[in-house]
Design a protein around this ligand. Structure first.
Ligand SMILES: Nc1ncnc2c1ncn2[C@@H]1O[C@H](COP(=O)(O)OP(=O)(O)OP(=O)(O)O)[C@@H](O)[C@H]1O
Length: 245
């Protein structure tokens, strides 16, 4: 996937959120989009998914240029896991997942067996018929991921999928992403957890204030800076210590 010279200023905003952002990631890898609060990660992801329109610039996903002619094809390729839980709290997990499966034209016994399979993979089978508002934070996050992958997307885009979950859920989610990637899918995710990003991402792009700062393989980025021992050191080297509002 690639973005080229993306610009975005939200209506009424005093300053642009994206200022000519460009990066390109190879397919079939787990890659990370990193940056401090307000860097523009969610905006970038939203543009990649077609949920927000850019003022200027190009997006290409799995060789398809993001334009009106390819919108439907791209929608089928992508699975989106938003930062906020996008499930109906009063519906059970099975009811929610049936609804999301139907949106992609999946139905009947094959959809139900897929839902049950993933509920088991994500350790939610005992809560399949429990309403989502009765789920813990980690359970909601796991169910939120299932909703995005029922249509077997070749690219899964996740916005902070492991934020605020316990160690067990986090480890389960990362293990799943690694396995899903091994089966051939590309994964793009954002996180503030740099140790985690270092361990699972083959490549990362660090952005700040709407522009790309640096991109590369975590170990190569670390090796380029003699004073840095971790991706967190690299991140602080490029983005500085100043607090962001
Ligand atoms: N819908 C919107 N309307 C106006 N401004 C917005 C909107 N969404 C985001 N912004 C602004 O754009 C900037 C970048 O926000 P964005 O959420 O893309 O950053 P981020 O890197 O994902 O941040 P975080 O790590 O805090 O989630 C922020 O200054 C934010 O206030």
């Amino acid at each position: 996937m690639a973005v080229k010279e993306l610009c975005k200023t939200y209506r009424g905003a005093a300053a642009p959120t994206l200022k000519g952002l460009s990066f390109a990631f190879p397919e079939g890898k787990i890659v990370g989009l990193l940056g401090p609060n307000g860097a523009g990660k969610t905006t970038t992801i939203s543009i990649l998914c077609g949920l927000v329109s850019a003022d200027k610039g190009d997006v290409t996903i799995h060789g398809l240029h993001q334009d009106a002619a390819h919108r439907e094809a791209i929608k089928r390729i992508i699975g989106i896991v938003p930062q906020q839980i996008a499930l109906y709290p009063q519906l059970t997990a099975v009811e929610n997942l049936t609804y999301f499966g139907n949106l992609y034209g999946l139905k009947g016994p094959s959809l139900l067996s897929k839902i049950m399979h993933y509920l088991e993979v994500f350790g939610l089978e005992k809560s399949a018929h429990k309403e989502i508002h009765k789920y813990s934070g980690g359970m909601k996050r796991r169910a939120n991921i299932i909703a995005a992958i029922l249509h077997d997307p070749r690219l899964v885009i996740l916005d902070e999928p492991t934020a605020g979950v316990d160690v067990q859920s986090r480890s389960m989610i990362l293990q799943f992403l690694t396995e899903y990637n091994r089966q051939g899918a590309s994964i793009l995710y954002t996180s503030h957890l740099l140790e985690e990003a270092q361990s699972i991402c083959e490549e990362v792009a660090i952005m700040d204030e709407g522009s790309l700062i640096v991109q590369g393989k975590p170990l190569e980025l670390i090796a380029q800076l003699p004073q840095c021992r971790s991706l967190e050191d690299v991140f602080l080297h490029y983005t500085g210590h100043a607090l962001r509002d």
